[in-house]
Design a protein around this ligand. Structure first.
Ligand code: SF4
Length: 141
């Protein structure tokens, strides 16, 4: 997430610092109150914590207030409790790669939802009107 901010969004060094400090604070809270270890709490401890940290850092870079940062971190984490840690053959590849990839997507979405105005822009075409999306997509059978 931080690489994306710096490489693709023109993030500054100060924003990178803000991202890392905020993410570290959230990671510290999770570690203090729960765990960041898959061996202790399952995948929420690793993929979940990472998603939560990424969401908080991204929200900070986007000038989110502390409450919004907290909200983003919580939303990114809340999809992970109960996820087992059971990598295939004990290798940290499957399902880890996919889970962390989706964790990044969740972090991005959580930040978008936490900052007002960024999650309420759905076009009327996509609200049971059959005016957009799949409703107007012609498929060849
Ligand atoms: S499933 Fe993979 S990513 Fe999740 S806690 Fe286990 S080793 Fe870590």
């Amino acid at each position: 997430m931080l690489v994306s901010v710096v490489k693709h969004e023109g993030g500054t060094k100060q924003q990178a610092r803000d991202f890392l400090l905020t993410a570290s604070a959230i990671g510290g809270l999770i570690k203090h109150l729960s765990s960041i270890s898959g061996a202790e709490v399952g995948c929420q401890g690793e993929a979940g914590s990472a998603a939560s940290m990424a969401a908080s850092g991204l929200c900070a870079v986007r000038d989110g207030a502390p409450q919004q940062i907290e909200h983003a971190a919580e939303m990114a984490l809340e999809h992970h409790p109960g996820m087992t840690c059971d990598p295939v053959h004990g290798l940290v590849q499957v399902p880890c790669i996919e889970r962390n990839g989706f964790g990044a997507i969740k972090a991005y979405a959580a930040t978008s939802l936490a900052i007002p105005g960024t999650g309420k822009e759905m076009s009327v075409k996509f609200k049971e009107t059959s005016l957009g999306g799949l409703a107007v997509t012609i498929t060849e059978c």
